[in-house]
Design a protein around this ligand. Structure first.
Ligand SMILES: *[C@@H]1O[C@H](CO)[C@@H](O)[C@H](O)[C@H]1NC(C)=O
Ligand SMILES: *[C@@H]1O[C@H](CO)[C@@H](O)[C@H](O)[C@H]1NC(C)=O
Ligand SMILES: *[C@@H]1O[C@H](CO)[C@@H](O)[C@H](O)[C@H]1NC(C)=O
Length: 419
């Protein structure tokens, strides 16, 4: 059952306790923002990012050996396996032009460069060397870097997972073609075990104990890092994908101009917001009616410009905005769904639900007997209270920020001019 995942900060971890009946009852509603947590070694934080560190390190170590020995006769004088200096080759030929820079008209003193249009902090660099964006493509350690990639996926899908849900994730991943980069955020410390799945080799595994989906997203999906992806799926682990195909989904999203979307939801349990419920008479819907009183304005959430945070899909541009709205400390992401509309214009046209590619919310009650007691409350209650608390904190921050913005513009230059 999960909109997000359970994450208890270490200071909340004070010994395990059972859940009350109330937790039991409430867990069957939308409000449970958790799923199973395997007890894990709390003392360690393991961030397993395969591609970055290894690739960078080995390229650094091996580059001179690879290319220079061919061109530099003096390197043959060095013992073949001389790793006394870690470059293992004739480093002087690489360093010389740098030391001699003042004599070269093309290599002026770099402190004289100041390019204000560069990204902040990089103004001293020649603009043409700036690599401002990256991706999550896996490279090999040898050969010509230009020839490393056999394909360049256009889409990204992330799942925040525990090992218990591996079979569900296995089924889900198979609905995403080779045009997708797959990232798994592991909240339970189990990573190498996923090697049993063939696709796991091409997936990127990032592991940090007991964190939520939005915690990972804020830290590992910076818009500059995921820049090459047209669409980004940031999904929970308990979605049934029998009636879903990612390529077809994207086709529909493009066709209907959806910048922020989710698949229609079928669920055995009650669906909180009618907007997200799959409609079988539509390909895509962008508005709904609701219970009386819920939608004072039919063009605003939860009747329009609204999706939930369980299975969102963002366009590149929308994600660039939404990422900045994610608060570093509000890890559950509650309240986000109501303000996603601030990132696209017109929101009631660019936010919608894809009905003909739909998923089942399985509401896996996997939090049972997990979590920790906190201030005498059952684990379940403690987390739920935090979710709600985060929601109101988020609302407050947003309201304050907008008030500050508008009051500053009111007393700003435009006001003075009119005086
Ligand atoms: C710099 O270049 C000049 C002329 O090419 C050369 O004579 C000199 O040895 C070089 N200095 C160093 C430190 O390599
Ligand atoms: C290097 O400096 C010289 C003299 O200061 C200048 O004339 C030349 O344009 C500079 N070259 C580059 C590439 O900036
Ligand atoms: C992957 O993307 C390419 C280019 O858009 C497309 O032709 C191909 O059909 C896609 N693969 C699948 C399995 O849909």
């Amino acid at each position: 059952m999960a909109d997000g995942l359970v994450s208890l900060p270490h200071w909340m971890e004070r010994g395990r306790g059972g859940e009350g009946e109330r937790g039991e009852k409430l867990r069957n509603q939308k409000w449970g923002c958790f799923t199973s947590i395997r007890p894990t070694d709390n003392m360690r934080i393991i961030l397993t990012i395969f591609f970055g560190v290894l690739f960078g390190f080995f390229i650094g170590v091996s580059f001179p050996t690879l290319s220079l020995t061919k061109f530099n006769p003096s390197s043959t004088l060095l013992p073949e396996a001389d790793f006394s200096n870690s470059y293992g080759g004739n480093i002087e030929t690489l360093v010389k032009p740098v030391l001699n820079a003042t004599e070269s008209p093309h290599l002026n003193d770099s402190s004289k460069i100041w390019a204000p249009s560069n990204p902040r902090g990089a103004e001293r660099l020649a603009p043409r060397i700036i690599a401002a964006e990256s991706d999550l493509y896996l490279h090999r350690l040898w050969g010509n870097p230009n020839e490393d990639l056999t394909s360049t996926p256009k889409y990204l899908v992330t799942f925040t997972v525990g090992y218990d849900q591996r079979n569900n994730i296995d089924a889900a991943v198979k609905k995403f073609s080779e045009n997708f980069t797959i990232v798994l955020f592991h909240y339970d410390g189990w990573t190498t075990e996923w090697g049993e799945f063939e696709w796991s080799k091409r997936a990127i595994h990032i592991s940090a104990p007991k964190q939520t989906k939005w915690w990972y997203a804020k830290r590992f999906l910076h818009p500059d890092i995921v820049a090459p992806y047209d669409y980004i799926f940031i999904w929970d682990e308990d979605l049934g994908v029998e009636n879903f195909d990612a390529e077809r989904y994207i086709k529909l999203v493009r066709k209907h101009g959806l910048e922020i979307s989710q698949p229609g939801i079928e669920s055995k349990t009650r669906i909180t917001w009618k907007m997200t419920k799959r409609r079988d008479d539509f390909e895509v819907h962008k508005e709904t009616d609701e219970k009386p009183g819920r939608c004072p304005d039919p063009h605003l959430p939860p009747c329009a410009a609204f999706i939930e945070i369980m299975a969102p899909v963002f366009s590149r541009d929308a994600w660039r905005c939404v990422w900045y709205m994610l608060q570093n400390d509000l890890v559950h992401g509650w309240g986000l769904d109501f303000v996603l509309r601030k990132c696209v214009e017109p929101a009631d046209d660019k936010i919608g639900v894809v009905d003909s590619q739909w998923v089942v919310h399985q509401s896996v009650p996997s939090l049972r007997n997990q979590g920790e007691q906190y201030e005498g409350k059952s684990p379940w209650r403690g987390v739920r209270e935090r979710c709600l608390n985060e929601w109101s904190m988020f609302q407050d921050r947003l309201a304050h920020a907008e008030r500050a913005y508008f009051s500053s513009t009111r007393t700003g230059p435009s006001k003075l001019k009119s005086l």
